[in-house]
Ligand binder design. Sequence first.
Ligand code: ADP
Length: 483
Amino acid sequence: MRDYKRFLKEKAYINGEWVLESNGATFEVRNPFDNSKIAEVPDLGREETKEAISAAQVALEDWKNETAEYRAKLLKKLFNLQLEFADELAYILTLEQGKPLTEALGEIKYGASFIEWFSEEARRTYGETIPTNAKNRRILTIKQPVGVVAAITPWNFPNAMITRKIAPALAAGCTVVVKPAESTPLSALAIGILAEMAGIPKGVINIITTNRPIEVGQELTSNPIIKKISFTGSTHVGKILMKQCANSVKKVSMELGGNAPFIVFDDADINTAVEGVIASKFRNSGQTCVCTNRIFVHDSIYDEFTYKLSKEVTKMKVGNGVEKDTVIGPLINESAVNFLSDLVEDASTKGAEVIVGGSLDKEKGNFFPPTILGNVNEEMDVFNKEIFGSIAPLIRFSKEEEVIAMANNTPYGLASYFFSKDYARIWRVSEALDYGMVGVNTGKISTTVAPFGGVKESGIGREGSKYGIEEYLEIKYICVGGL
Ligand code: ADP
């Protein structure tokens, strides 16, 4: 391992300076593997947030007036640096978040792919000319950056959830104030170091570390300089932020919770469906918003599927993310472990069968074993709540219409998956699922080139793809008269 400490910063980043809180207030960042302290970062509040917003406002003037080519070149540098130091960044990510190193490295590359993609998209924010409605005038549109953007990000992807927001924002000509999650500020600060190395001008990216998300969130959502909030996190907090943004009518992008169905039809290839569950359920110990939450299995293949899935899940090694053969790392904190235990208990008392795992080993840190629950039904919490952990609930079904109704029976609408070899069913079910994303015969759907986002209470807007940059642009209509 090269010297990862070079990227482990214990100061926040405002206007190109590395700063502390004015009274020296800090909070600790802990390793979820054993709860040991990794670092202490500044616990910034409203005043520093205002300073960061002002710095972003000043930086905006030059940044938005630069050519797209200039911004693209700096983003490309940032992309190259993120890859050059991927090992160091991945190590810090695993230390503060817990995911296995191979997954952390995967995230750093995935995170970098957004920077590369939007460095390319920067030059394609075309306006248009519109056939006129009157002989003496001409009608056209241009696209302009929305202005200063606030990005509030979660702990489950401490790097990629930031790059997925700041790369399109910067490409569009916006400047940003980032507020990372309190459990994982170090990966965010490391991006600040890379930005500095890339020569991104001061004030264009500002990073507020804080253990006071409500106070900082209030400033970000009420300050009139901020024109847009891009949030990834829980539906609960997303609703609060939307309400707070209403007073100053800010644009919002919301990437919120999910309750992904995973349907295995009787004509599915069972082995690939098992692989699909492993990929979509257990990645990041089940802590992603697109993780499978409910696995519907056709009655006629239920026993075979359960047997094969159990065989794979039993093999998964739980442990410290920095150890080579770890597949399942710790959960983010103890309350996540307690939440999963409660889900298992609730399901068991309502008639579910614990097929694999279920109970936790109190000796270790924030661990929860990979678990399979059988005979789950709609009455159980595990059916209705976002699990965000390594529990795979199995639900039997026999008819297509019945399973689609159950799959759609949730306020969420982010990711969904199904496995089938029947091409007519593939179209039918893809169209019938009320979700922003559908994986057909695959459990892996996230990629820079496709629009990521949800419907219903899972959010507003899309990230990645050609649509991602639109979230940071306004369309201006220009009417040239008197011709
Ligand atoms: P999770 O349940 O996954 O931790 P949260 O929605 O609580 O998700 O957190 C996602 C992000 O939102 C984090 O950066 C957190 O600090 C932030 N956050 C939580 N509550 C608020 C709030 N009231 N205002 C602004 N940000 C908040």
